[in-house]
Design a protein around this ligand. Structure first.
Ligand code: SF4
Length: 194
């Protein structure tokens, strides 16, 4: 009886546990944001592959180690799960998101960022100011992950709220660059025509 693995790429957050457990079946994509199920067939983010007997335990381990339950191992004849991995949801504390920027905003001791889309050079530019109106470093790129991780590696940011803000703004700027939209830092993107 063939055992199969079904991988839902839409759920994947790219932490790579499956690659470590079953490298014969999984690898990360070019920018490391998602896993790829090798030699698989699929559509709409769902990919399926037949598992070699000698690799079954590795793929089961990959399914167990996936933090978002994106990997299912099942029997092809009965469609029954071989390993059942469910995200535990009991006793979840639900917290309504609340934040008052005027009252709770804390300035990052390491400075602030000016973000713009350079259409001529087809890149997003993130300038760091350690003092008011004084740019000391500029990081550029087209991939949000690469840009904000470079900023973190260069130790240009300290405050977690600031890091979250920066990630959001860089993602918006990269989306604007990709779709030829206007980007204004802190403004919402106008994406009606997308
Ligand atoms: S373990 Fe799950 S979330 Fe992590 S890369 Fe693999 S499929 Fe994606």
């Amino acid at each position: 009886m063939a055992k199969k693995v079904e991988y839902n790429q839409g759920k994947c957050i790219g932490n790579g546990n499956c690659v470590a457990s079953a490298p014969y079946y999984f690898q990360l994509n070019e920018n490391g944001s998602k896993a790829i199920l090798k030699n698989s067939k699929g559509k709409d983010s769902i990919f399926i592959s037949t598992i070699e007997k000698s690799k079954l335990n590795d793929v089961i381990e990959a399914a167990k180690q996936c933090p978002v339950n994106a990997i299912r191992v099942y029997d092809d004849e009965t469609d029954e799960d071989i390993v059942s991995v469910n995200i535990k949801k009991d006793k979840v504390e639900e917290i309504k998101a609340e934040y008052n920027d005027l009252k709770e905003f804390v300035m990052d001791k390491k400075g602030y960022f000016l973000i713009r889309v350079n259409k001529e050079k087809q890149r997003v530019e993130v300038a760091h100011c350690s003092e008011i109106n004084k740019i000391d470093v500029m990081v550029y790129g087209t991939n949000p992950l690469e840009i904000y991780m470079t900023i973190i590696k260069k130790d240009l940011i300290e405050n977690m709220g600031h890091a979250a803000y920066l990630g959001r703004e860089i993602q918006k700027a990269c989306t604007a660059l990709k779709h030829n939209l206007e980007y204004v830092q802190d403004d919402e993107l106008k994406i009606n025509h997308l």
